[in-house]
Design a protein around this ligand. Structure first.
Ligand SMILES: O=C(O)CCC(=O)C(=O)O
Ligand SMILES: [Mn+2]
Length: 215
């Protein structure tokens, strides 16, 4: 994938494919979108299974998508919520702006610096072997970090994701790297993150091969 549109830059990380647009939404539009989505998304606390126990994830979340876009991660199965209008509009803009089609989105709400996401890859089989994931950030700037998996990644990367920015993860990024959104002691405000995804097929069995969990 090559994006030559103004405002886009390629982030260097060996074997990964990362494209970043710092201001995909301009300030006023990003403000409005954050306020609308805060109310329009039915936020939930997702529970995951970790070491045989069920625990609450440290953030609020919502899985949204077309009716057949069922997603299984961290050993839990998520039926999609229907698309709020504002999210449909963003999906359309991704299609028109950069030619990417998505049938689902994982929305996360980080209420403060204690809310976070642990190390994982978005490598569930229903996303296919080389998924393209579009990650839109609204609200407080938070740091997003990458580290190699054993399978061929090299180097680390930290990127601050500001209000209105769009990060594309493509190619072998998920196969070679894990990523995380660490907590911070700094006084940070709320942040919404939307990761648009394409579910290719529903998972057939509940046999879990994840070396992965999303805490
Ligand atoms: O909040 C973020 O920027 C990252 C979220 C993420 O990695 C995910 O939803 O899988
Ligand atoms: Mn992820």
């Amino acid at each position: 994938m090559i994006i030559l549109a103004p405002g886009w830059e390629k982030l260097e990380l060996t074997g990964a494919e990362l494209w970043f647009c710092r201001e995909w939404f301009q300030r006023e539009e990003a403000d409005a979108m954050q306020a609308v989505l805060r109310l329009a998304i039915p936020w939930e606390t997702h529970r995951i299974r970790l070491f045989g126990r069920e625990i609450d994830t440290p953030r609020r979340s919502c899985w949204i998508g077309d009716p057949r876009a069922v997603y299984t991660y961290s050993r839990m199965r998520f039926e999609p919520h229907p698309w709020p209008v504002a999210l449909r509009d963003i999906r359309e803009r991704l299609r028109e702006g950069i030619g990417l089609d998505f049938n689902s989105v994982l929305a996360n709400l980080y209420r403060n610096g204690r809310d976070k996401m642990g190390w994982h890859s978005d490598d569930e089989p229903e996303l296919g072997p080389c998924p393209t994931i579009a990650s839109l950030s609204l609200g407080a700037t938070r740091r997003f970090i990458f580290k190699p998996r054993c399978e061929g990644g090299r180097g680390r990367l930290a990127v601050d994701l500001p209000h209105g920015s769009l990060l594309l993860m493509a190619g072998e990024t998920q196969a070679r790297y894990r990523h995380a959104l660490p907590g911070t002691r700094a006084a940070v405000g709320e942040r919404i993150n939307l990761t648009f995804r394409q579910i290719l097929h529903e998972r057939k069995t509940c046999g879990f091969i994840d070396s992965n969990y999303l805490n």
